[in-house]
Design a protein around this ligand. Sequence first.
Ligand SMILES: CNC(=O)NC(=N)Nc1ccccc1
Length: 317
Amino acid sequence: TSVATYYGQGAYQPRLSTFCAETSLDIINIGFVNIFPDNELSGWPGTNFGNQCDGSVYYVNGQPTGLLKNCHQIVEDIPLCQAAGKKIFLSLGGAGPSTGQSIHSVESAVAFAEWLWGAFGPVDSAYVSDEVPRPFDDIVFDGFDFDIEFNTGFGYAYMANRFKELYNEYIEQTSTSRQWFLSAAPMCGLPNTLLGDAIQNAPFDYIWVQFYNDWSCGAVNYVNGVSGFNFDDWVSVIKASANPDAKLYVGLPAEESEANLGFYVGAFSVAGLIEEYMNKYPSTFGGVMLWEATGSLNNTTPDGHTYADNIKKVLDT
Ligand SMILES: CNC(=O)NC(=N)Nc1ccccc1
């Protein structure tokens, strides 16, 4: 089992290298590409990585885009994380603005995936060109994460399937042993309107469900001994999906302040839930996802262990 986390939106977050050194973190989603092309005059996506970039953006035909140009610390640090054996995904969506997250046609869903592959994928793929920038230079992400939180779910299955085709095409052409992955971060309510269709129709590798900010299905229900926590239902969703072997993660807030009031549960309070579901679904249970890295770092026990360390310890028992 493994621990996945998000990085990029933490208040006063330290640079990524801090988390490259954290052995309890296995997968890090870098968030976010938070403006999608159909919502941008320039036709380019926009990004936001909190305090990590200097604010300068790319220009297209003399017009500013929302695409950040200088995030040198992330660019310097991703190789450190990858050298430490961590998978680093680029996350699409995130906490807003809601006006930025929608896809208006199948064609634009496909074009968006190809653009991102050219901009953030292998430096020698067929989609690298003078028309597509390399905001993170020669950094090659290990996959793309769908953290869709607003509007509708239209287009994401087409986009995820196009990513899968691009992965397979590149692997076929280069015979590389390197792999690329797809992940999604649905909120726990079922049926899931924003990512249900994508999960049903595209072969995701990791599904980290946000078991917070929703009283009907949050992990807090299990901890409080009441019904609602719906991991079992999510196992059925995975088994009926395009990839029945996808790994299902329990998403949790890493600190009191990182979810709506009442949804945070202590690492040791949630240990029972983790142990029960890890044993109940040994092949589907993938681990725990934490929102998010800096909150976990700020949520340290007196012995100096972060929330992620304490969760990892529960997973390893
Ligand atoms: C995995 N994605 C998230 O956990 N997103 C998230 N926590 N969004 C959010 C929702 C409400 C307030 C702040 C952030």
